[in-house]
Design a protein around this ligand. Structure first.
Ligand SMILES: *[C@@H]1O[C@H](CO)[C@@H](O)[C@H](O)[C@H]1NC(C)=O
Ligand SMILES: *[C@@H]1O[C@H](CO)[C@@H](O)[C@H](O)[C@H]1NC(C)=O
Ligand SMILES: *[C@@H]1O[C@H](CO)[C@@H](O)[C@H](O)[C@H]1NC(C)=O
Ligand SMILES: *[C@@H]1O[C@H](CO)[C@@H](O)[C@H](O)[C@H]1NC(C)=O
Ligand SMILES: *[C@@H]1O[C@H](CO)[C@@H](O)[C@H](O)[C@H]1NC(C)=O
Ligand SMILES: *[C@@H]1O[C@H](CO)[C@@H](O)[C@H](O)[C@H]1NC(C)=O
Ligand SMILES: *[C@@H]1O[C@H](CO)[C@@H](O)[C@H](O)[C@H]1NC(C)=O
Ligand SMILES: *[C@@H]1O[C@H](CO)[C@@H](O)[C@H](O)[C@H]1NC(C)=O
Ligand SMILES: [Zn+2]
Length: 900
């Protein structure tokens, strides 16, 4: 490849030694800051020519006397590097160096640049879109209706990839304005964050597109699209007139209406809800074919990019497809305030972006699309997965300082998203929606177009909370937020009534660990206690009865509870914590579940399943109680409770895989548990009258086929036969996909070729995923190897395939380990980047509960290009999981034997 051909590797090593010594930190020195960029990019992508070149002029303020300008650059070949002073006069540049490890470009000047002066750094560079890591400014392609392959150029700069497209100060806390100009073919169009200001014709059927100035923003938000994509346009009007456009490859133009409509509704709702105008006058959204996009979506200010699966809706799309489109759009549009308008000072505070985006992907989308019941999914979706991750002894806190790129990439995890979203949701209820949103409005007004740290949020929430007098004495928002954001883990609140007659209820807080720890832990939090009892009439379900202060382990309250009252703490998991009860209270709850299921809502029933099973597996409750709680599902087909149960059932299955006898007892138990569910949602259901029906059916199929229920397996085999007789083999729904998956697991014979051919010709992004996900279930080693071969040849998302294969049980797992070992030299080509390898490994490791596979995995780590701290993390996780399994297996087996 032609990047960086000007420096030989020997020279690079020398640079690393001499320059590396000069920089201790991976962060840019603070001697210079950019205020404005003029960026010109010249593309030839319309001619299938993927190299591009450009010029960037960076207007820089010199803060301290220095003879160096240090910024980021990687991949670009620099042709000219010039420096000018404020009066356009050249300043002498001695040379420029690269610090490859830090991805620094160091420009050394002959004379001291004096603090307070302004300079302009001008760099001409060469680069290419022809890269396979789906990062930076890169190519995507599609086949048009004439069967011609068409290329487009698109960007993905978050977290640290703007520097790989052009030289820049690539940190989230550095904002500058951008004037962008892009040259492209006349048949193509160029888009960037801001509106188009003018278009001028160039020779050779090219044009120059000049964009208006952007607001001051961080580099990772910059975006370009150079394509011949179709465009659909409308306007949002509620707060101000905004031109809203949705784009996709032309062959998908008929699937843009839903997301266009959702984008309009959501940008209007965002502005209304927070009483603040969106900064720009236009909002473009682009769907990128799944194979060419590494994220789910990216919030580039004014030019949001999406995976096609999260963007396109056709007639045959399910409510679940619609739900994911609406929520992902809500997530990205929430970022237009939380992240874009207010940038995090450093990656440590990524949760200020992703926490709010996660909360509002549910809570804003629920306002614009109430028919999809989105808000109700928060607990079984985001919150319970967050609590599960947070049970690990080695988990990080929300605010977490790191410096290097791999460390930064790893911050995009369940803590930044699901945990932070859950903590913010708790505050929404703890303060009350009105007070919370009033605080956020203040936060936005005060910090707009600026850079934020968590203290800014606490200050605004404090102001609002003080006005409305919603905090207990001794509590401040700073203390409350710090207790959640600066400490790792989450608490379990244990509730007991030592003397029921006296109405005394004792609350105790402690950090929850999924495996018992040898050392005492004394962490405490500020915990808002929510409560439900028949007699309280719902007053404390969504506003706190009281707070347990940080530093206080135990609190006793007088709460009158009637004999046959339903008494629950933290109903619907409003607060981000688990709840344990004393034995009698659990008995009462089980009694209620047996006698009158409707007395407890399905979301709270899901919570009871999740809490009790996790408490049991952590040694804090007996497994019998947890199974008795789960038992109520025999009489229930509610989505939310089954959704929570599903995750826990898969965990138990994983625990039992090494014990065939216990596993078969568990399957027998499940067969009875799923009886009603299968009867109602079995494989035949075709019409979905309720918006959750499709997803409930998915769970029904997954569980019943998984445990080998004959009706389900027969249906699956049958469907596979019919599918293979069709002339075009395509899959159009997730429920179908699940069935094919189970059919392919056990199929003695099936037409691999027919499937892989279908994969090659399938144009629909979702259809392609369904095919690939089905193929990942293939039960034989030879079959899997053949599929993998085809996928590699087709340049498909092999990592996604391997992820699913590894989830399919022992043989799939071993096959993936073997593949990674065998291909260890070529993994960069297969995966594009280290991040994807680590993502796959992180997924795989959660499956391992036995020593043999743990050892296999440790060996694999040793030969793969992963960082040392990643390896240590994996090691700890393996230890924890094996301990978890060894402790629980005998207990679960015993409980199951009692059931048999
Ligand atoms: C730059 O300044 C910030 C404080 O404004 C500091 O946190 C950071 O460490 C400094 N960076 C370097 C490389 O000195
Ligand atoms: C930049 O590309 C254009 C065409 O894409 C070409 O005319 C020009 O010579 C290139 N400049 C450099 C420095 O390669
Ligand atoms: C992209 O790079 C690959 C590998 O270097 C090369 O085989 C291919 O022809 C390039 N594609 C284009 C369109 O330049
Ligand atoms: C396909 O080819 C025909 C004939 O050359 C042409 O008229 C038409 O515009 C082409 N369609 C596309 C999408 O390029
Ligand atoms: C906003 O107003 C324009 C006319 O100014 C209209 O074309 C458009 O449909 C309106 N948008 C909505 C969502 O009502
Ligand atoms: C909590 O434990 C840590 C270390 O285990 C200790 O340093 C700290 O002093 C303890 N704090 C309290 C309040 O006991
Ligand atoms: C199911 O409901 C019936 C009556 O409606 C009840 O007798 C039975 O105990 C319930 N089963 C479970 C497991 O809750
Ligand atoms: C079951 O609980 C619901 C909700 O609390 C209540 O309305 C209903 O009367 C109860 N049914 C019985 C049979 O107790
Ligand atoms: Zn996000």
């Amino acid at each position: 490849m032609r990047w960086k051909k000007t420096c030989s590797s020997a020279i690079v090593i020398l640079f690393c030694i001499c320059v590396g010594d000069a920089f201790e930190s991976f962060r840019l020195p603070n001697t210079t800051v950019p205020t404005h960029y003029d960026l010109f990019i010249d593309t030839e992508v319309h001619n299938d020519e993927l190299d591009y070149n450009g010029t960037v002029k960076i207007h820089i303020n010199v803060l301290e006397d220095t003879k160096q300008i240090v910024l980021h650059s990687s991949r670009s070949t620099l042709v000219n590097v010039h420096l000018k002073n404020n009066n356009q006069l050249p300043l002498r540049v001695i040379n420029h160096d690269f610090d490859n490890e830090r991805e620094f470009l160091v420009v050394n000047t002959a004379d001291v640049l004096t603090g307070g002066s302004k300079v302009v750094l001008e760099v001409d560079f060469l680069n290419s879109l022809n890269r396979t890591d789906r990062s930076g400014f890169y190519r995507t392609s599609y086949t048009d209706s004439n069967d011609t392959l068409k290329y487009a150029g698109v960007t993905q700069f978050q977290a640290c990839e703007a520097r790989s497209a052009f030289p820049c100060y690539d940190e989230p806390g550095i904002k500058a304005t951008f004037d962008v100009r892009i040259a492209c073919g006349v048949n193509y169009h160029a888009r960037s964050n801001a509106e188009i200001a003018s278009i001028a014709m160039l020779p050779e059927r090219k044009k120059l597109v000049t964009f208006r100035r952007t607001p001051a923003m961080q580099t990772y938000l910059l975006a370009f699209l150079v394509s011949d994509y179709a465009v659909k346009r409308d306007f949002a009007n509620s707060t101000k007139k905004i031109t809203v456009q949705s784009m996709s490859r032309p062959t998908r133009a008929d699937q843009l209406s839903y997301s266009l409509d959702a984008s309009i509704k959501l940008i209007d709702e965002l502005q209304t809800y927070f009483d603040h105008p969106y900064e720009m006058n236009k909002l473009d959204s682009v769907g990128i074919p799944n194979t060419d996009f590494s994220a789910g979506a990216m919030e580039n200010w004014g030019l949001v990019t999406y995976l096609e699966s999260y963007f396109l809706i056709s007639e045959s799309s399910s409510d679940n497809n619609r739900r994911s489109v609406a929520t992902v759009i809500a997530h990205e549009l929430a970022h237009q305030f939380f992240g874009n308008l207010m940038a995090p000072k450093w990656w440590s505070y990524l949760w200020l972006n992703e926490g709010f985006a996660t909360l509002y992907e549910y809570y804003l989308a629920d306002r614009t699309h109430p028919e999809l019941l989105i808000k109700q999914r928060f607990t079984s979706g985001a919150l319970q997965t967050a609590l599960q991750s947070d049970g690990s002894a080695t988990i990080r806190p929300m605010t977490h300082y790191v410096e290097t790129v791999p460390e930064i990439d790893r911050l995009f995890d369940r803590i930044a998203y699901e945990k932070s979203g859950s903590v913010l949701r708790m505050m929404h209820y703890a303060l009350g929606e009105q007070t919370f949103v009033k605080g956020l409005k203040d936060y936005i007004k005060r910090n707009q177009n600026s850079i934020v740290v968590p203290q800014n949020l606490s200050d605004s929430l404090q102001k609002s909370a003080s006005e409305d007098q919603v905090l207990p004495t001794g509590a401040t928002m700073t203390l409350i937020m710090e207790s959640w954001a600066n400490q790792a883990g989450a608490p379990v609140v244990t509730v007991s009534r030592p003397n029921a007659e006296a109405d005394d209820v004792v609350f105790e807080q402690k950090r929850f660990f999924s495996t018992t720890q040898s050392t005492e832990n004394n962490q405490t939090w500020w915990i808002p206690i929510f409560m439900y009892s028949n007699s309280s009439g719902g007053s404390y379900e969504t506003s706190p009865l009281f707070w347990i202060p940080q530093g206080t382990n135990q609190v006793t309250r007088k709460i009158p509870v009637q004999e046959d009252d339903v008494f629950l703490i933290n109903p619907a998991q409003t607060g981000y914590y688990r709840v344990n009860y004393d034995q009698q209270m659990w008995k009462d709850i089980i009694g209620t579940l047996k006698s009158n299921l409707t007395a407890i809502d399905p979301i709270t029933r899901g919570q009871l399943i999740d809490d009790s099973m996790n408490l049991a597996n952590a040694g804090l409750l007996d497994h019998n109680t947890a199974f008795e709680i789960m038992d109520h599902l025999r009489n229930s087909t509610d989505y939310y409770s089954w959704k929570s149960a599903h995750r826990n059932i898969l965990d138990l299955e994983k625990m039992l895989t090494v014990d065939p006898e216990a596993l078969s007892l568990f399957r027998k138990y499940l067969l009875e548990l799923t009886n009603d569910l299968y009867a109602e949602y079995g494989t035949d259901k075709r019409t979905y009258s309720h918006t959750n029906d499709h997803d409930t059916q998915l769970i029904a199929i997954d569980l019943t086929c998984r445990i080998g229920q004959q009706g389900c397996l027969d249906q699956a085999a049958n469907k596979l036969n019919i599918l293979q007789q069709r002339s075009t083999l395509n899959i159009r729904s997730e429920a179908e996909q699940k069935l094919y998956c189970y059919a392919l697991r056990t199929a003695k014979q099936f037409d691999v070729n027919k499937f892989t051919e279908a994969l090659e010709t399938e144009e629909d992004s979702r259809g392609r995923s369904y095919l690939m996900e089905s193929l990942a279930c293939v039960g034989t080693r030879e079959g899997l190897e053949r599929v993998l071969e085809v996928l590699m040849r087709q340049n498909q998302n092999v990592n996604r395939f391997l992820e699913i294969v590894a989830e399919q049980g022992e043989s799939g797992f071993v096959m993936v380990v073997d593949f990674l070992t065998r291909e260890k030299e070529n993994l960069d080509e297969v995966f594009g980047n280290q991040r994807s390898i680590e993502k796959l490994l992180s997924k795989m490791v959660t499956r391992i509960v036995d020593k043999e596979n743990a050892e296999r995995f440790r060996q694999l780590m040793k030969v793969l290009p992963v960082s040392a701290d990643f390896e240590i993390n994996i090691d700890n996780q393996l230890d924890e999981q094996i301990r978890w399994q060894e402790l629980n297996l005998p207990l679960v087996r015993k409980t199951l034997q009692q059931y048999a």
